[in-house]
Design a protein around this ligand. Structure first.
Ligand SMILES: [Zn+2]
Length: 434
């Protein structure tokens, strides 16, 4: 089933009136922005070095940051626990125990030499939303679960655990910390031998919401305050092999060459031309290239390069690929070289749910904020959660579009705006306090 239809079907199965139902307006309700920013500073100091944030999953700093998040959850009136996959989950009861939980959160682990906004903004805002609801005595119908996923940067490990996707092979993979995923899960209080208990079934959640920094420059450049994420792009990877004929670079006349690197150069131009030839936000990249034998005086006989295509629409990725493949074959015919393509990886697009998008957009507009619908070019835990329930993401601007860098920055006002949109989107999805 197409994911969009799947999500719509799920909404029906969940008793859709709960989602998108007009809630009792709480226009004056706002998070405590000073407290949120102070918590972000406290977390940001953990594992900070001269070259950026060093909170790779399972490291000492990651564990210290998780301990802080656990403490903040308690102070926000949440009842925290660690699931078998190592995710930190703070639960708050709803007034209707028959309803599935509304989940919202993000991650706090970083890449090596990372920043302090990718992950922490969404995680600490989610806790702040819970704290605000507790202080203001706002009850929700659905149980709420604030989630801090473990090891997002190492391949969406925690959210994979929540949808039952942690395979034995994945558990033995060595993470950035030097520990295997299995060892890491045990080190942070998870139970790698009981992973089934952390796995949730499709239809078992009311919705999943995630606030995150954009990590690109679209919102910042456009002066837009809130991004309503349409979905997380699909990513196709191919290895492309170009075979020519290696020969003497001094004695082979120019019209008798089968230069694989020259074909590769033409091919890279074609990829760029094909991807930009039509409207849309698709992107295509050749990011790696290797020519052999790799000597100044030998015509390159063999080139291997990578091809990556991304878009929200899997059919568009396929269509672009077919054009790129045909362009390769045409170049090969003209140059006397051969092109072969091997698919190495495919991530299908994860579309957000229209009702969740509406809740986010509505919350932002109620707060007087400007919005733009946009795809997420980066991967997020939300793409895993989309497989078990309705999903939506809120983006706030990244100054200069910089991320995965110590220079990563989001402005305090934008962070507060994002947290307030999360708060009101949660309330809208809940359908109003009884
Ligand atoms: Zn992130």
């Amino acid at each position: 089933m197409h994911r969009r239809d799947f999500n719509l079907a799920l909404l029906g199965a969940l008793g859709a009136p709960a989602l998108g139902h007009p809630r009792r307006p709480q226009p004056a309700l706002r998070v405590n922005a000073e407290r949120l920013l102070a918590n972000l500073r406290t977390l940001g100091a953990i594992g900070m070095s001269e070259t950026g944030a060093q909170r790779v999953a399972y490291s000492e700093a990651d564990r210290a940051a998780r301990a802080l998040a656990l403490d903040l959850m308690r102070r926000a009136g949440l009842d925290p626990y660690i699931d078998a996959a190592g995710n930190l989950i703070g639960r708050r009861a709803g007034t209707d125990p028959t309803l599935p939980p509304l989940l919202f959160g993000s991650h706090i682990d970083s890449v090596p030499n990372g920043g302090n906004y990718d992950g922490p903004v969404g995680s600490l805002s989610a806790i702040e939303v819970a704290a605000t609801l507790a202080e203001r005595g706002v009850r929700t119908r659905h149980p709420l679960e604030v989630v801090v996923f473990q090891n997002e940067e190492g391949g969406l490990v925690g959210s994979m655990g929540m949808i039952g996707g942690l395979t034995p092979a994945l558990l033995e993979r060595v993470s950035q910390s030097g520990m295997t995923i299995r060892e890491g899960i045990a080190a942070i209080g998870g139970r790698p031998d009981e992973l089934a208990s952390a796995s949730r079934k499709p239809g078992s959640i009311a919705a999943y919401l995630e606030l995150h920094i954009e990590q690109g420059g679209t919102l910042d450049a456009g002066g837009v305050q809130i991004g309503v994420v349409e979905g997380i792009v699909g990513i196709g990877w191919w290895d492309v092999t170009i075979e020519g004929f290696a020969n003497h670079a001094g004695t082979t006349p120019m019209d008798q060459r089968h230069d694989a690197l020259l074909s590769a150069a033409r091919f890279i131009q074609e990829v760029n031309r094909i991807v930009t030839a039509e409207p849309g936000r698709q992107v295509g990249t050749v990011g790696r290239i290797e020519a052999r034998p790799g000597a100044p005086n030998v015509i390159p006989g063999l080139v291997q390069l990578s091809l990556e295509l991304r878009d929200l629409d899997a059919a568009k990725i396929r269509a672009l690929y077919e054009r790129v493949d045909a362009a390769g074959q045409a170049i090969g015919r003209a140059d006397g070289t051969t092109f072969s393509f091997r698919r190495t990886s495919e991530n299908v697009p994860a579309l957000s749910t229209p009702a969740v998008r509406d809740a986010i957009r509505g919350a932002a507009h109620e707060l007087g904020l400007t919005t733009r619908d946009m795809p997420s070019g980066a991967g997020h835990d939300a793409q895993d959660m989309a497989r078990i329930g309705p999903m939506g993401m809120i983006f706030i601007p990244s100054v200069g579009g910089i991320s995965h860098s110590p220079k990563e920055l989001s402005r305090p006002d934008d962070i507060a705006n994002g947290a307030n949109v999360l708060l009101h989107a949660v309330l809208a999805l809940d359908g109003g306090a009884p």
